[in-house]
Write a protein that binds this ligand. Structure first.
Ligand SMILES: [Zn+2]
Length: 656
């Protein structure tokens, strides 16, 4: 066991996890030793005969658990991006143990008594101390023994159910794939795409991506194939309905134990929204105009189709209307969006112009898969900033969607620069260059916005490093970074034909921006429907149970006045991983909540001359570098110079 790579800090640059040396059998012993080590460290803190100080209590907690941290970070990265049956087994075994472990710390009475006595005058320390007190109270530190006993049971059960939910979803993406034997049925998809779907037995399998409207629906000409694909999508992992209902009931019970009327109230209390009413007031302003917009769009689609459309027709006919109205052909853009160029000449270029940073590929450093690339990032003065790790391609064993994760947190406590990672789910072509859709380009810029938030982190303590901010704030910097996708200077630099190097023709660029509010009714409604569904599940009162989750879902959408026969939520209950297998329960509203700040910031950049070093530095200094080390809305105010208003968002979505 001496050579278990998790037992000592990585000796790779920036402490990049040594993926090449990690084998599946290393995880369980490393988790076990990591948990035991941290419990011993915590006991030593709690039993310290010295009077409690910030350093011997809070900072000591920040220093604890390093083996566990290294192990859990590498493991969760693998479990998300390159999972196997073995990894899934370990996940099942370990996730309830991790929950027990975190309860053992936060429900440690001696430790809690000590934390309550710590005092400090330093602003960064006071803020962190408050976070710790909040974390402990929210975890149940003040409850009685009996209540804590029940809480531990609930947490463990919830963690098991959540793993089960995620794993059945991962399986469903391939097991529920649309399989066709006749190539003609895939008419509409491009040849390279069809080739990438071909399996050894000569059939073709179109795997399910993790949301309702599969990308193929925009292209497949055969209406019956579209219907089959759509029905597979909305009906996948049906066992997850019952898991979801059980989780919602358990979360309601837990919220009651902790003194809240429901899980939504518990969740938003430590977010920037703070109250259920604040979230509902915001959503209330959006539902009516969005639904009206979507009905107008549906009429235009019916006119184009010549019949009343069904949900599986929406994308197909909206592409046609888009072409007719804006002469906008998504496929015509793809040759100008070559993956490598999008990064080097688009994403890195924009970051370089704004923040002065540069990127150097480090082929000597590797990830867990040959498709993973590592870049070293430098400041303008040549000082080292951190590593950026990119895993762009979809593969079996990778969960759907796109995300950013930290492989190493920045902190001055450990003198540690950050290692951040972006994952995308782009289909790897059988051969030739990887050409992206406009949406994929947008997603790449978005995820890179999170990466910058992690890379620019300039804080003392890991607990508040980089993206460790409330989740109704975390989407804000990433959304801001999307503004550079179509910024003329940036677009001109990266959108070049992959064969000829010709820049994207001006008329295509004009169409791209002209079409930007197109289909916003649909997009807003499918998002709001998912948000309100999340909300309904998490406003269940304790003791309330749901016997028929599908009926509950339908009734919830109806009650929220967002039910449209032709638009289902972006995620139905059975594949709503954000809220049943991720950290977003009662938090899916965060995206539009953050978008208020995003729209405000885009307005600020635009008014101040856009893509300049001065603007980038201001955003970096006041906002990105602060991570969670100060109140997020204070950071926003320092950047923007005023309180946020919803108006810029309404205007952007065509909802005024
Ligand atoms: Zn995001």
């Amino acid at each position: 066991m001496a050579e278990n790579p998790f037992f000592a800090p990585s000796d790779l640059p920036y402490q990049l996890p040594p993926f090449a040396d990690i084998r599946e059998e290393h995880y369980v012993p490393a988790f076990e030793r990591g948990m035991a080590e941290q419990l011993a460290e915590v006991d030593a803190i709690a039993d310290n005969p010295e009077p409690p100080t910030f350093d011997n209590t809070i900072a000591a907690l920040e220093r604890s658990g390093q083996i566990l941290d290294r192990t859990a970070t590498a493991f969760s990265s693998i479990a998300s991006s390159n999972s196997t049956d073995g990894i899934m087994e370990i996940e099942k075994q370990i996730s309830p143990q991790l929950t027990r472990h975190s309860d053992a710390i936060r429900l440690n009475r001696a430790l809690w008594a000590r934390i309550k006595q710590v005092a400090t005058d330093d602003p960064e320390e006071s803020w962190l101390l408050e976070k710790y007190r909040d974390d402990f109270i929210r975890a149940g530190a003040d409850l009685s023994e009996t209540e804590q006993g029940r809480l531990r049971e609930l947490n463990e059960e919830l963690s098991k159910l959540s793993t089960e939910f995620a794993q059945s979803l991962l399986k469903a993406s391939t097991e529920s794939a649309l399989v066709v034997t006749d190539r003609k049925e895939l008419d509409g998809l491009d040849e390279a795409k069809i080739e990438s779907l071909r399996r050894d037995d000569g059939t073709y399998a179109l795997p399910l991506l993790n949301y309702t409207n599969q990308p193929g629906l925009a292209q497949l000409t055969n209406r019956d194939v579209r219907r089959r694909l759509y029905e597979l999508s909305v009906g996948r992992a049906p066992g997850n309905f019952d898991l979801a209902a059980r989780m919602a009931a358990l979360r309601a019970e837990r919220a009651a134990l902790l003194g809240f009327p429901n899980h939504a109230a518990y969740t938003v209390a430590d977010q920037t929204a703070k109250t259920v009413e604040a979230v509902e007031e915001m959503l209330g302003q959006l539902v009516g105009p969005a639904v009206r917009n979507a009905y107008k769009e549906a009429e235009a689609l019916a006119e184009q189709a010549g019949f009343a459309i069904e949900p599986w027709d929406w994308s197909y006919y909206s592409e046609k209307v888009r072409k007719a109205r804006y002469d906008f052909d998504g496929a015509a853009m793809r040759p100008y969006f070559e993956l490598d160029r999008v990064y080097r000449d688009g994403i890195f270029f924009a970051a370089g112009t704004l923040y002065g940073v540069t990127f150097t590929e480090r082929p000597d450093l590797s990830g867990y898969h040959p498709d993973v690339t590592v870049f070293e990032v430098f400041n303008e003065d040549g000082s080292r900033l951190g590593l950026f790790v990119l895993d762009p391609y979809a593969r079996a064993g990778k969960r759907g969607g796109a995300w950013m994760n930290n492989l190493v947190d920045q902190s001055f406590l450990f003198g540690q620069p950050p290692v951040v990672m972006n994952n995308l789910n782009i289909t790897k072509p059988a051969s030739g260059p990887t050409l992206l859709t406009y949406d994929e380009v947008n997603t790449a810029f978005h995820e890179f916005g999170h990466a910058l938030h992690g890379l620019f982190s300039h804080v003392r303590y890991p607990r508040v490093s980089g993206t460790r901010v409330p989740r109704d704030f975390v989407e804000y910097p990433s959304q801001v970074n999307e503004m550079w996708v179509t910024w003329p200077e940036v677009l001109a630099n990266y959108a070049k034909h992959h064969e000829t190097g010709e820049p994207m023709p001006a008329e295509l660029v004009a169409k791209l921006t002209a079409a930007s509010t197109f289909n916003q009714g649909f997009k807003t409604v499918e998002y709001l429907a998912a948000t309100l569904l999340d909300w309904a599940w998490h406003k269940l009162t304790p003791g309330e149970t749901v016997d028929d989750p599908e009926a509950f879902e339908a009734a919830a959408l109806d009650a929220a006045q967002v039910a449209m026969p032709v638009i289902r939520p972006r995620y139905r209950t059975n594949y709503f991983a954000h809220i049943f297998a991720g950290g977003y329960s009662a938090g899916y509203y965060s995206y539009i909540w953050s978008e208020v700040l995003d729209a405000e910031s885009v307005e600020w950049f635009t008014e101040n001359g856009g893509l300049t070093r001065a603007n980038g530095d201001h955003f970096r200094r006041e906002l990105l570098s602060r991570g969670g080390s100060i109140d997020p809305l204070t950071a926003f105010g320092n950047f923007r110079g005023r309180e946020p208003s919803i108006q810029p968002l309404l205007a952007r979505r065509g909802l005024v």
